[in-house]
Design a protein around this ligand. Structure first.
Ligand SMILES: C[C@H](N)CC(=O)SCCNC(=O)CCNC(=O)[C@H](O)C(C)(C)COP(=O)(O)OP(=O)(O)OC[C@H]1O[C@@H](n2cnc3c(N)ncnc32)[C@H](O)[C@@H]1OP(=O)(O)O
Length: 132
């Protein structure tokens, strides 16, 4: 059994949100973008806990708490909260850590004093039993 298969184990990814992903007025990014990031971070979590990419069965809750903008640097964390037979419950959080500051110049950006939580979710991933 993997040493990572313990409640509280977490994986974090960080990435820049390209302007190509702006979808709405004010360079707002669609909410599904966060869910795509959650799928990727859940995949690494499953690889580390179970040696398999896993399959996302569903979300039991999603909250969009603040907007995500093109030009943001966003950090996403997946935390294992329950270990079933083949199912794993996971808590997700997305936080903006850096944001464009066009008042200073077209490519200016700041590191936020505190990360801004933009999305929280809970979901279930399913992995194969060991050996298939
Ligand atoms: C993290 C990924 N790498 C990234 C992705 O996002 S994958 C893309 C999106 N997901 C998919 O395409 C998956 C499509 N769904 C499936 O293939 C199947 O529905 C499933 C594999 C997710 C489950 O099917 P199956 O293996 O037949 O399930 P069961 O044998 O009935 O149950 C196994 C355990 O899973 C729990 N479970 C099943 N469905 C759900 C659900 N909708 N919500 C919560 N939990 C679910 C079930 O209770 C079993 O749990 P235990 O093994 O008893 O712990």
């Amino acid at each position: 059994m993997s040493a990572a298969l313990v409640e509280g184990f977490s994986v974090t990814h960080s990435r820049y949100v390209p302007y190509a992903h702006a979808h709405y007025g004010g360079n707002l990014v669609d909410g599904a973008y966060s869910l795509g990031l959650f799928g990727d971070v859940a995949t690494e979590l499953c690889i580390r806990t179970d040696g398999d990419e896993g399959l996302f069965a569903g979300y039991s809750g999603v909250e969009f708490l603040a907007p995500l903008h093109a030009g943001d640097v966003v950090e996403v964390t997946a935390t294992l909260t329950r270990i079933g037979n083949r199912s794993r419950s996971v808590a997700f959080e997305a936080r903006v850590t850096c944001r464009a500051n066009p008042d200073r110049g077209p490519s200016s950006a700041d590191v936020l004093a505190e990360p801004l939580v933009i999305t929280r979710a809970t979901g279930t991933v399913v992995v194969p039993l060991p050996g298939g």
